[in-house]
Design a protein around this ligand. Structure first.
Ligand code: FE2
Ligand code: FE2
Length: 164
């Protein structure tokens, strides 16, 4: 595997791990602030991000490259309100999409088609990820009174995952 592609995949692993620990932190904030629905949703997201990391690791191992993990930075823990939390999630997904696209372009330029194909999967996945993150921001913005935000919390998992 070309070194530029290896570097790009390592950087994407860093982003996925950062997303995972950030979602753990968002989940904890939501639990601490009495939003159990949002907490559950972010916990699931953290797990999904771990699966994304795993996918890249397996891809590298399959192609005979040993992935190296870096330290993850401490995730944010202080938020003013739920809207700030939702916006943090959206910002993370957008950064993640940018990383995926960059990795795709490097793989293509270096004619690494297996990695390009893997990034195709991630590009599709990021569409879904940005859909829920955008929707979450919209729903939280709409829930302007205390009552509506707690109703939203009760339905958020079902709303964003289609009841899965
Ligand atoms: Fe991801
Ligand atoms: Fe994600």
């Amino acid at each position: 595997m070309n070194q530029k592609v290896i570097d790009a995949l390592h950087s994407q692993i860093d982003k996925e791990r950062d997303a995972s620990i950030t979602y753990d932190a968002l989940s904890i904030w939501c639990s601490a602030n009495d939003f159990p629905g949002f907490a559950e949703f972010f916990k699931k997201q953290a797990e999904e991000e771990r699966e994304h990391t795993e996918k890249i690791i397996e891809h590298m191992l399959d192609l005979g490259v040993m992935p190296v993990l870096n330290a993850t930075k401490a995730p944010p823990s202080q938020f003013k309100n739920l809207l700030e939390v939702a916006k943090a999630a959206l910002a993370h997904e957008k950064a993640n999409t940018a990383g995926v696209v960059e990795t795709y372009e490097i793989a293509l330029a270096e004619k690494d088609y297996p990695t390009r194909n893997l990034m195709n999967w991630f590009i599709d996945e990021q569409v879904e990820e940005e859909v829920w993150a955008n929707r979450m921001v919209t729903l939280v913005e709409r829930a302007t009174c205390a009552g509506s935000i707690y109703t939203l919390d009760r339905h958020i998992v079902k709303d964003l995952t289609g009841g899965e």
